[in-house]
Design a protein around this ligand. Structure first.
Ligand code: 3AM
Length: 187
């Protein structure tokens, strides 16, 4: 199974992001746009994983989720990876660093490395991918010309998500979900 840890977003925030995405779709050609129901914040991509690892991955998620209380993630800037001048990924994210996000990401990273996953070299950067561009584009003026987003998402849980790749786009299904700071939200 293909898995990743992520933060799910409230419906209202996904709806707002979907509207912003549609505005960009008019101006940016050649992108693969993330479906509104799939908009999320990735913490750690795991890739293809054997089912035998699930209990360990679930224990890890539970432990990590206990380390932080529910928090507000601001989504107040547009950006691009690797950079706007040569964009491959268009995203929305916070202007300021998010300490709870960084703690969660670090907990998960340490946990997966302890399970034998190779280290993720890049620091996890909180973002919601809106689009991926097969051919890199200069989005400097598109991003610079857009009114900054003013969104805020209440993050109450950590999710282990399964991704099934299909020709019409991935299908995401939560495998497990843990309330931040404890409690039980189930799936
Ligand atoms: O939320 P984003 O878009 O940053 O790009 C994929 C997405 O991240 C990423 O995992 C998230 C859920 O699919 N992803 C997909 N394949 C990947 C890979 N081989 C990958 N990240 C790293 N390596």
């Amino acid at each position: 199974m293909r898995l990743f840890y992520c933060l799910e977003l409230p419906d209202a925030v996904r709806n707002d992001l979907a509207r912003l995405s549609r505005e960009f779709q008019v101006r940016v050609r050649g992108g693969t746009w993330v479906a509104p129901e799939n908009l999320h914040v990735t913490l750690r991509f795991l890739g293809e994983v054997g089912e035998d690892l699930l209990p360990s991955l679930e224990g890890l998620g539970q432990n990590a989720a206990l380390r932080v209380e529910p928090f507000e993630l601001f989504l107040d800037r547009f950006g691009a990876f690797p950079h706007p001048g040569r964009a491959r990924v268009l995203w929305v994210g916070p202007i300021r660093d998010s300490a709870p996000f960084a703690i969660l990401a670090q907990q998960v990273e340490e946990g997966v490395q302890a399970l034998g996953f190779p280290p993720e070299r890049r620091l996890a950067h909180p973002h919601v991918t809106l689009a991926r561009l097969r051919i890199p584009q200069d989005l400097t003026s598109v991003i610079g010309g857009a009114a900054p987003p003013v969104l805020q998402a209440r993050v109450g849980a950590l999710t282990l998500m399964q991704s099934d790749l299909r020709p019409k786009g991935p299908l995401y299904r939560p495998v497990a979900r843990w309330a931040l700071g404890g409690g039980d939200r189930g799936v």
